[in-house]
Design a protein around this ligand. Structure first.
Ligand code: NAP
Length: 296
């Protein structure tokens, strides 16, 4: 099931489980272990973290589960991100800001490895573009972390095509993790997905269900898209969420969607989308429903 996301890049499951909301799921350690086992049974073996998720707490919850069930370690791929300095009780910064300096990236990788209870990250992403990023210095950090066996592959998230290019020239990046959904089309038009396709690297996709707005939004756009999604889902014999994932998977850059739900049944809805063959016309019908107008 695993797919190589870039030339010589990491092998990940085609659906990746996002761990941003792990804290909200209120699972005890045994339930977290069970959740991981059930995800693995569905073929979801890759898990997306960030140092800051859950106010710097989600990685440790995951690590606690791995400590309780160490046999899982050989069956999973662990992704994490760093680069955002987020204010909080334990982090009394004056403002939230970005930091891709060598010392900070190294410190965050060491902290993530400890919290996650793993010896190596399969993939490390720079979470947001840092206006003060020195690409050559960051590439040197990547080189050192790889040599030490702490990180296998590197990528970015939320980087524009030119920001990606700047770093990619210094160090071959494995992915750009971007927002895309039937409700959020920016990546279709800003050159990032074209860049992934041109470089044969597969984007990872966050908030594939619009962070839940697809099902709960009361605005005209959400109502319009939801109504069409529900009608089309019946035609395809799948759930509306499955069809929303299929819309993402239909893009030729071959994206890897990240799930966000704590419900295993919702993870299965994402996996089910791998079997849906969404027609070109239906893809565009959903595009039109989102934009509220025809193609030019
Ligand atoms: P999402 O799937 O768009 O949204 C998940 C939310 O939608 C959950 O609160 C979930 O609630 C709700 N939901 C899902 N299915 C639903 C349904 N059928 N009906 C009603 N509500 C439903 O994904 P996301 O959590 O925003 O993002 C996914 C992952 O992307 C994150 O975990 C994180 O790893 C990553 N991410 C990355 C970035 C970045 O900057 N790189 C930013 C944001 C997220 P339930 O749990 O109740 O189902």
């Amino acid at each position: 099931m695993a797919v190589e996301i870039a030339p010589n890049g990491p092998l990940l499951s085609p659906i990746v489980a996002g761990m941003w909301r792990l804290n909200d799921w209120r699972l005890n350690v045994q339930a977290r272990v069970r959740w991981l086992e059930e995800a693995l049974a569905l073929g979801v073996t890759s898990f997306d973290h960030a140092d800051i998720y859950g106010d710097y707490g989600c990685e440790a919850l995951f690590g606690e589960a791995l400590k309780a069930a160490p046999h899982l370690k050989g069956q999973i791929q662990v992704i994490s991100k760093c680069g955002i300095r987020l204010k909080g009780k334990a982090h009394p910064y004056l403002v939230n800001h970005y930091d891709t300096s060598a010392a900070y990236v190294r410190a965050q990788v060491d902290a993530s490895l400890k919290r996650l209870d793993v010896e190596r990250l399969d993939l490390l992403l720079i979470h947001r573009p840092d206006y003060l990023m020195d690409a050559a210095e960051l590439a040197e950090s990547f080189h050192a972390l790889k040599k030490e066996g702490k990180v296998a592959h590197f990528g970015v998230s939320n980087h524009s095509a030119s920001q990606f290019e700047l770093l990619d020239r210094q160090w071959p990046l494995a992915t750009n993790q971007l927002e895309l959904s039937v409700l959020e089309h920016k990546a279709l038009d800003d050159g990032t997905l074209e860049q992934c396709q041109a470089k044969r690297i597969r984007p990872m996709i966050w908030s594939p269900l619009g962070g839940g707005r697809l099902f709960t939004g009361k605005d005209a756009q959400a109502l319009r898209v939801r109504a069409l999604l529900e009608a089309l889902a019946k035609d395809y014999g799948v759930s509306p969420a499955t069809l929303a994932y299929a819309w993402i998977l239909r893009h030729p850059s071959k994206p890897l969607p990240l799930t966000g739900s704590g419900r295993i049944a919702a993870v299965k809805e994402a996996v089910d989308a791998l079997k849906v063959d969404l027609s070109r016309e239906d893809w565009y019908r959903l595009w039109v429903a989102c934009r509220g107008h025809d193609v030019p």
